[in-house]
Write a protein that binds this ligand. Sequence first.
Ligand code: CA2
Length: 160
Amino acid sequence: MPTRLMILNGPNLNLLGIREPHIYGRTTLAEIEAACRACASLLDVSLAFHQSNHEGQIVDLIQAARTEADALIINPAALSFTSISIIDALKVFEGPIIELHVSNIHARDELHRHSKTSTAATAVICGLGPYGYIAAMLAAVQRLGKVPDTLPPVLRNTPG
Ligand code: CA2
């Protein structure tokens, strides 16, 4: 069975590239999904890619990931700062969890700075723009020890 990645996107990320380009850039979520699908084929993984504006639906998807995904990549968006139910759901997922943000949340205003959900994540990536999704996919596959043999060893091993 191929390695299975699930990418979840929280509220308003369907507006990426359409509103507030000075903060979030001009790349749309559809373009990000296309790039992730191209990356999935290079990494030889299957990919489920979702966006929801509803907290409960994201909790349902995280629960589904327990049987449907080996690693989870999540941009909880504004729910990062509020959602105990997402933290609780993430804690039950057994594989690597990469939380990612397009913007550098640490350089943002007070409201957008302190992610609660990152307490349940294996790793956090922020500030790389849409490339963060690609970095997160590679990191997730590396954590699973499933970087394909067709890729250079430096992408598989921790140097030193
Ligand atoms: O940088 C990120 O990826 C964020 O998760 C995006 C969230 C924000 O609350 C976090 O602090 C950082 C906001 C997503 C809203 O997306 C929009 C996109 C375009 C226009 C308006 C909102």
